[in-house]
Design a protein around this ligand. Structure first.
Ligand code: ATP
Length: 461
C-alpha cells in the first residue's frame, strides 16, 4: 500500500542522500538561507524551468523571453518603491536575541497580520498580543518593539573607495528587469498589446528567518511573466492568467487537492487584485507557491516618472495613448521543486520490503532511462554500453554497473527514473533487453533495434 504521510524530514533526507539538494558550503558548517542543488536536483530544476518556459513562451505567440542582469541602476529600486517599502516586520527576543518576523509570530497564535501593514499598524497589533507569544528559540516571552527591516541585499559593485554611496543592490525580484526593458522589447519585436515578457533568474532577499528549507531562502530563482494590457482589458487578462497558471501546475503532475487559491485581503495601494496559489507542504502546511497579481499601471508609471523615458503605448486601433497595465505571475523554482518532490514521494511495501519511489511526471525525471548490465561481466558491460550510446543523445540516461541489480533498481526508484533497462545473458543472443517501468514495476522484453522508437512514444512532450 502506498503511504503518502511524508514529512519534510523524509524529503530533506532523500534530497541529501540522493544528490538533489545540499546545504551551501556544508564543509564550513553551512550558510543560513542558501542551498546548493546537486546533480539530480540540477536536472530536476532544469526540467521544471524548461517546462515553465515551454508553457509561458514556447506555446504562447503573445509572450517573449528576456534575460536581464542581476545588477541594475540603483535608481530602479528607488522608483519601484523597494528602497522605501520592500521590508518585513522584525522583532528581537530580548533574552536570546533571536530575530523573528512579527507577522509570522502573530500568525502562530492565529492573529492575522501581513508584511504589507505599516510599522505602526503591526507594531500596535504586536504590542497588544505579545504577552501570548513565546520565542521559538528560548521559550521566553520578552520581545523588542517592531521595526521594518528592508530586504534588499546590497553590494560594493563599482565602489572602490569603501565610501558610502548609493547602494548597488542584487535584484530583489526579476520583474524590475522586465519593466525597464518594456520599451526595448516592444520597439524591437513590434509587439502589439496585450503581450507578455517572461524571464527566469536569480533573486536575493535578506529574509529575516530563512528557516523552512528551500521554501524561504536568501538566494533563489524566480520564474516571472509580466503581461502588458490596455486599461480596459487587464482584469479579463487577469482571470485568463489565473486559469492558465493553475492548469499549468496541474499539468506538471501536482495534485489538485494540494493546491488552493488564496485571495489577498490586504492589497498594496496600487494593486487591483492579488491571489496566491498555495501548496500544502508536508510539515509546513499551506504556503504561497505562486503569486498572480493585477498591478494597474503602477510599474510603468513609476519608471516613466523616475527615468524620464516615455513608456506610454499608442494603440493604433483606438487612437489612444496610455501607460499599459500589468498582470503578472511569479513563482519560485525552489518552492515548485519542493512541491513536486513532496507530491511525488511515496513509500510502499513490495514483497515485504519497503521501497521509496519518486512518482515524478516522467518528462520531469532527472534521469529518464537507466541502463544496467545484469552483472559486471565484460560482455554484459559491452552490450549495455552499446544501448546507452544508442539512447543518450535523445534522453537523459544513466549507466550503472555497481552493486546488485535489486539495489540499483531501488536507487533509480528513489530518484524517480521512469524506466530501467537490464542487459542480461539472453540479450547477447536475442538482441533484446528487459525494460522495467518504475510505478508498476512491470517488465517487458524489447528488441534493442526498437528501443529508440519505443522511448520516443513513451516521452511524447
Ligand atoms: P512570502 O510572503 O512567502 O515571503 P512573497 O509574497 O514575498 O512571499 P513574492 O514577492 O510575491 O513573494 O515572490 C514571488 C514568488 O517568489 C513567491 O510566490 C515564491 O514562489 C518565490 N519566493 C519569494 N520569496 C522567496 C524566498 N525567500 N525563497 C524562495 N522563494 C521565494
Amino acid at each position: 500500500m502506498p503511504d503518502n504521510n511524508r514529512t519534510i524530514d523524509d524529503i530533506v533526507s532523500l534530497a541529501k542522500r540522493r544528490g538533489f539538494v545540499f546545504p551551501s558550503s556544508e564543509i564550513y558548517g553551512g550558510f543560513a538561507g542558501v542551498y546548493d542543488y546537486g546533480p539530480y536536483g540540477t536536472e530536476l530544476a532544469h526540467n521544471l524551468k524548461s517546462a515553465w518556459w515551454r508553457q509561458m513562451v514556447g506555446e504562447r505567440s503573445d509572450i517573449v523571453g528576456l534575460n536581464s542582469a542581476i545588477f541594475m541602476n540603483p535608481k530602479v529600486w528607488q522608483s519601484s518603491g523597494h528602497t522605501a517599502g520592500f521590508s518585513d516586520p522584525l522583532v528581537e527576543c530580548k533574552r536570546c536575541h533571536a530575530r523573528e518576523r512579527a507577522d509570522h509570530l502573530l500568525e502562530s497564535i492565529s492573529v492575522f497580520a501581513d508584511e504589507k501593514m505599516s510599522e505602526e499598524e503591526i507594531g500596535r497589533l504586536f504590542e497588544s498580543h505579545k504577552k501570548d507569544i513565546v520565542c521559538g528559540t528560548c521559550g521566553e516571552s520578552d520581545f523588542t518593539g517592531v521595526k521594518l527591516f528592508n530586504l534588499l541585499v546590497s553590494s560594493n559593485l563599482g565602489n572602490f573607495t569603501g565610501e558610502k554611496k548609493d547602494d548597488v543592490y542584487l535584484r530583489g525580484e526579476t520583474a524590475q528587469g522586465i519593466y525597464v526593458n518594456f520599451k526595448n522589447v516592444s520597439d524591437t519585436m513590434h509587439m502589439k498589446l496585450p503581450f507578455g515578457i517572461a524571464q527566469i533568474g536569480k533573486a536575493f532577499r535578506n529574509e529575516i528567518t530563512p528557516r523552512q528549507y528551500i521554501l524561504r531562502t536568501r538566494e533563489f530563482e524566480q520564474m516571472e511573466m509580466q503581461y502588458f494590457t490596455s486599461p480596459e482589458t487587464d482584469m479579463d487578462e487577469f482571470e485568463k492568467l489565473k486559469e492558465y497558471r493553475f492548469n499549468a501546475l496541474l499539468s506538471l503532475g501536482l495534485k489538485k487537492e494540494n493546491l488552493r487559491w488564496k485571495k489577498h485581503d490586504n492589497l498594496v495601494f496600487y494593486a487591483k487584485e492579488a491571489f496566491d496559489i498555495e501548496y500544502n507542504y508536508p510539515s509546513f502546511g499551506w504556503k504561497e507557491l505562486e503569486g498572480i497579481h493585477a498591478r494597474g499601471d503602477y510599474d510603468l508609471s513609476v519608471h516613466q516618472n523616475g527615468s524620464g523615458a516615455d513608456l506610454s503605448y499608442f494603440d493604433e486601433e483606438s487612437g489612444k495613448r496610455f501607460i499599459p497595465h500589468v498582470v503578472e505571475s511569479s513563482i519560485g523554482v525552489g518552492r515548485l521543486f519542493l512541491a513536486i518532490l513532496s507530491d511525488a514521494y511515496v513509500e510502499e511495501e513490495v514483497r515485504g520490503e519497503k521501497r521509496i519511489v519518486l512518482k515524478l511526471d516522467k518528462r520531469l525525471a532527472p534521469v529518464r532511462i537507466a541502463i544496467l548490465p545484469l552483472s559486471k561481466k565484460e560482455e554484459l558491460i559491452r552490450g549495455a554500453m552499446g544501448v546507452y550510446k544508442k539512447l543518450k543523445s535523445a534522453h537523459m540516461c544513466a549507466y550503472d554497473d555497481t552493486q546488485s541489480i535489486g539495489k540499483r533498481y531501488r536507487r533509480q526508484d528513489e530518484i524517480g527514473t521512469p524506466y530501467c533497462i537490464t542487459y542480461d545473458f539472453d540479450s547477447i543472443n536475442d538482441f533484446a533487453v528487459t525494460v522495467r517501468e518504475r510505478d508498476s514495476m512491470a517488465q517487458e522484453r524489447v528488441k534493442i533495434d526498437e528501443l529508440e522508437e519505443y522511448f520516443r512514444e513513451k516521452f511524447v512532450p
